[in-house]
Design a protein around this ligand. Sequence first.
Ligand code: TRP
Length: 483
Amino acid sequence: MADSSQPVPPAPADVEATQATSGGQKIDPWNVSGEVGEDGKVKAIDYHKLTNEFGTSLIDDKLLERWEKVTGHKPHRFMRRQIVFSHRDLSLILDRYEKNEPFYLYTGRGPSSDSMHVGHTQVFDFVKWLQDVLDVPLIIMLTDDEKFLFSEKRTVEEVIGYSKTNAMDIIAIGFDPKKTFIFSDFEYVGGAFYRNIVRFSKRVTYNTAKAIFGFDGSSNIGKIHFASIQGATAFATSFPHIFGADEKRVAGIPCLIPCAIDQDPYFRLTRDAAYGLRYAKPSLIHMRFLDALQGPGSKMSASDANSAIFLSDTPKQIKTKINKYAFSGGQETLEEHRELGGNPDVDVAYQYLQFMMDDDEELARLNREYRSGELLTGEMKNVCIEHLQKYVTGFQERRAKVNEDVVNEFMATRPLEWAGNPNVPRADLVVPVKAEGGESKEGGEVGDGKLSKNAQKKLLKEQKLAQQKAEKEAAKAATHASS
Ligand code: TRP
């Protein structure tokens, strides 16, 4: 099986980068803040510096051109505007799409409260677009266990409750139920997934976890172990009901992880574990944060009502919040603004429009006219309010249609249906990954990449069996819980 007990081969460079703390800004899974300047003010987050510290690559024009050529779709506005600004091995995913070899999308959310805000939905909006464009399976992980372990006061029951309500919010983004599997850790850990979690944990020492995440002797051991759970979701063999139970074949299926940049440390570690386990390494695309209303340098926070626009806000609340709290890049007085112009780079209303307004030319016009002083802060805010109101109302309409049955459908352990690249027949035979420098223990046949009729039947049977098994286990768990 994939977990050899041999020592891990020397890790590639990924793991060496540690926490980004230099230069004053602090970005890790639990902290996001810009550098504090000499004037005591928080500066905007320097995303370029982050790519250097983390050792990721910037998404450049060449990569975007290739994206368009391979997928036939103009890059999403987030890609055009460097909101999705950095990646690891995105080109490997494009290689696979070109040949219609399987891969999947993986993203997640830590369900920490019932009140999701528009900062939370941005990655998911982008992921929905990716799913529409690429037509591949999407796996969404709800880390309720993480939110329990990393909080002093939350109870297990509480975070499980948030998983349900957050799943409803996520479904309202508009994902396709045929291609999307949402799971909560408390529900899904077990079986093939747990086997990968344990294989993963065996490959990570306390010292590495400490170096990457900054744990110390007083950190509870659940926190230290949690990386194995978030990481094991990046391995296709954790999902036999989707990819089949033949570990040898499935081990080579990679995923593409769209996430906010603060999650990168988890996946740096995952890429190294994958290497040791002879699993395909996950690719990543990183997104920057939606600023808090108070300005760049911090992100929206669910625990600070005035920092964020919530998905439950009314049009009136949105208007009041933007007018009252949105940090302005304009000048103090009308005269000064007309004379000196404003700064859209720090103007929160403009920043939100960068995320929400699809029209490049209109956005460029707002930018130009704000800088020249022609456009006033109030006018920029009005455009922003309009867009936000439409966004949140649209969300609320879709959310109203999501009921318990819909949630159960998305969270059921079942096969998914997808076609991938419409121009190329689907290739399902996955060549096992060979560890660089080491011999592949897996061996495995190298074929033409196509799945024979018989192999297709076999895969379907495997998926069905895995599904039945999961259903039985779930039923058993349910009787236990109620007895
Ligand atoms: N740890 C993330 C959070 O707290 C949730 C998460 C799990 C995630 N897996 C992911 C986010 C993959 C992005 C991509 O929100």
